[in-house]
Design a binder for this molecule. Sequence first.
Ligand code: PHE
Length: 347
Amino acid sequence: MTITEFKTACSNIEQEYKTKIAAAADLPAVEELRVAALGRKGALTELLKGLKDFSIEDKKTAGPLGNALKASLTAALDEKTAFFAAKQINDELNKTNLDLTLPAFPVAKGHRHPLSVAMDRMTTILSRLGFEWAEGPWVEDEKHNFDMLNIPKHHPARDAQDTFFADTGMLSMVLRTHTSNVQSRYMEKHQPPIRIMAPGRVFRNDSLDATHSPVFHQIEGLYVDKHVSMADLKQDLTAFMQGLFGNKAQIRFRPSFFPFTEPSAEVDVKCVFCQGKGCPVCKGSGWIEMLGSGVVHPNVLKNCGIDPEVYSGYAFGVGVERLAMMMMNINDIRTFYENDVRVLSQF
Ligand code: PHE
């Protein structure tokens, strides 16, 4: 074979196979052509065997020609394979009536409940202030919910209008009316130093309106050690509120009364809706009542087996919903319980 014959053979093979590839009817036909052209006994392979008889000069011309032909046939075969593969997928899709141009269904993402978000922020701040997590039962005996907390039998807080009584026959049980039951539960088992927070659900026989719910949440704080005073309470509560509402948050103490603290104070936060100017949320006063607090009454310590001559403490009880309403700009407590996803998904 001369080099001229080689060149002619190359262009013949190219023409022949390009025509055949273009005419191929399906994937198996393309694969057959791939073998016929490039396989071990294929047309190109056979032709290239003739190379060994060429002079060095001719090899230099023929080699690259052979390689170029191989590349161009491979490209043509690959293109046709891809064409049939795509066609196969399209045919399947057409059979199923799938329309890939339709917009995808949005997948709804889950959300944490705004109350959980608020609770988490509160307990995170308190734990940074050194409070440890504690819990108590929802169904509680009167001893821990009232008696040990220095709430006498005739106290109006026990009135059926406030308290849900759970009739168990023998023991008189109640749904706890505050998280303060964790104070008595914890102190009867632990000696100071005590520094706990007790978040949880509480129950009162109130009817549901924009600011009241028969089930709501509190976080109890309790700190008992030597020399704990009202000053510690004020400092810790200021840090707590500033953690929630920023460094400009202001609180004020108002003298109050709770049977289990003496002295007692109601803590107000300057209204974040009107910055203290007065608005419907704060009922024009510029302040919103946030929590009850005070210095733990000596009787309570005594009832729990802690010596009030040695130890003193403070306690507070925060209304979680109220605080969450301030944090999240919500003006109706029912928002938390209706579970309307349009509302929940905003948090
Ligand atoms: N237990 C009180 C309430 O539910 C709040 C409180 C807790 C007050 C601790 C003083 C100390 O209203």
